[in-house]
Design a protein around this ligand. Structure first.
Ligand code: HEM
Length: 424
């Protein structure tokens, strides 16, 4: 069921939306976005945004956008070329990231997605699981050691940021001495994907994009010189066959894939893990209940994904004049799917503000991995990492208590916890 409200976008509504979005980006909103989601939802399922787009807040309306592949398109390069704000949409960082899978539409998206198959199917996960467990043990060892020595430790730098890059780095065959550099450019690149990047942020992203280009181009050259049975070598072989007379096109496609899969896998997974420790650890009884009921670890991961999704917004554009939840939307207008607001829609999840590990149908209660043709390629891997890490943390620590609330990067689209101090 969707709420149909007449939202003509009055000045008062526009002011309210601007105020709410400012709050969402502020430290207060980053720490507790739920009241903002609640107030935005109260304005309607589809709320006109001051810059001409729409915020989609209701669960059903968000699902309709994600699944409606003919009606709702990714804002690709062709759409960007039609936008008057060239500073934003023609920025080098924006254009570079727009060649990545999540910004492609069929048929190019279909061809690239098909080429990947399901890299994290049951068989692949079974072989990755022991490696993820080994990485989890190693990072938790360091956490335990630091807590023993200093009485406290930063979960994010020692564990949350480390486990995803160890896992994906090894899967792609990227040696560990490159990991810090990859994390660094990933954190800097992401600005261009924000709703309103400033000039300064676009410049930071441009430099990060150049760093990424240099790094992944070098990686592809190395694999060409010394091909093996690794994932990147396999992608090179595949795309060489698709573009037998165009080596540059093959290289560009492999670059777009390896670059985006790497950066898409890092901050998202790190945020999920930091959120899980914050939400579980801050209530000692919750932590201890889960220690006794480890059969609910998967449910705890799903509830964390629902309660505070690592990605808060995804943008689509209308392929034609259309309607969403009764609101007319013109061709080319942007709609911003709000994953958090949707997962806290009381029509979908009862008592949405309650963090409830025993929530029924936990994996169906959110859309934090997206939906439709762009459904997250790495969802199964992210779940494996989170499950493995939680299992290890619960085994090792009777309590794991956050000393203060997490600190967050001031962002709206890709959430990032920058620090979470814990003790036992
Ligand atoms: C908790 C961790 C993660 C979250 C919350 C997450 C979330 C998402 C979301 C919401 C989308 C949809 C984007 C859109 O519709 O525009 C997406 C797409 C994607 N994700 Fe993830 N992700 C996570 C981890 C990963 C990992 C570990 C990988 C790779 C190893 C990955 C690779 C991708 C790729 C390649 C896409 C684009 C798929 C496409 O457009 O066809 N993600 N992810």
């Amino acid at each position: 069921m969707t709420v149909v409200r007449s939202m003509s976008g009055t000045t008062a509504d526009r002011r309210a939306v601007i105020f709410l979005l400012r709050r969402l980006r502020s430290p207060e909103g980053q720490n507790n976005p739920q009241p903002v989601w609640h107030e935005l939802r109260a304005l309607g399922d589809v709320v006109p945004a001051p810059w001409g787009g729409y915020l989609v807040t209701g669960y059903d309306a968000c699902t309709e956008v994600l699944r409606g592949k003919a009606t709702w398109l990714a804002p690709d390069l062709a759409w960007q070329a039609r936008q008057p704000n060239t500073e934003r949409w023609q920025a080098s960082a924006t254009r570079a990231i727009s060649r990545a899978l999540f910004r492609l539409n069929p048929p190019v998206h279909t061809a690239q997605r098909r080429s990947l198959g399901n890299p994290f199917d049951r068989h692949a996960l079974d072989s990755l699981a022991p490696r993820v467990a080994a990485h989890a043990t190693r990072v938790v060892d360091r956490l335990a050691e630091r807590i023993r020595h200093d009485g406290e430790a930063d979960f994010v730098t020692l564990v949350g940021d480390r486990l995803p890059i160890l896992t994906v780095g090894e899967w792609l065959g990227i040696p560990e001495h490159h990991h810090a550099h990859i994390l660094d450019f990933t954190h800097r690149q992401v600005h261009s994907q924000e709703l309103f990047p400033t000039k300064r942020e676009l410049a930071i992203s441009a430099q990060a994009t150049a760093d990424m280009r240099e790094f992944f181009t070098g990686l592809i050259e190395e694999r060409r010189a010394d091909p093996g049975d690794d994932v990147v070598s396999r992608w090179i072989r595949y795309w060489d066959e698709q573009f037998p007379d165009d080596r540059a096109a093959a290289d560009q496609t492999v670059y777009d894939l390896v670059m985006f899969i790497t950066i898409a896998s890092l901050e998202t997974s790190a945020t999920l893990m930091a959120n899980a420790v914050w939400l579980l650890g801050r209530h000692t009884d919750r932590w201890q209940w889960l220690r006794r009921h480890q059969e609910h670890i998967d449910d705890a991961v799903e509830e964390t994904l629902r309660y505070d999704p690592p990605v808060h917004f995804n943008t689509r554009i209308a392929a034609d004049d259309t309607q969403l939840a009764g609101i007319p939307i013109a061709k080319d207008q942007m709609v911003h799917v709000m994953y958090g607001a949707a997962a806290h829609d009381p029509r979908r999840n009862q008592n949405p503000e309650l963090f409830d590990i025993t929530r029924e149908g936990a994996h169906l209660s959110h859309m934090s991995f997206g939906g439709g043709i762009h459904y997250c390629l790495g969802a199964a891997l992210a779940r494996l990492e989170a499950r493995t890490l939680l299992t290890e943390l619960l085994r090792r620590f009777e309590t794991l208590i956050p000393l203060t609330a997490p600190t967050y990067a001031p962002r709206m689209v890709f959430r990032r916890v920058t620090s979470l101090k814990v003790t036992t």
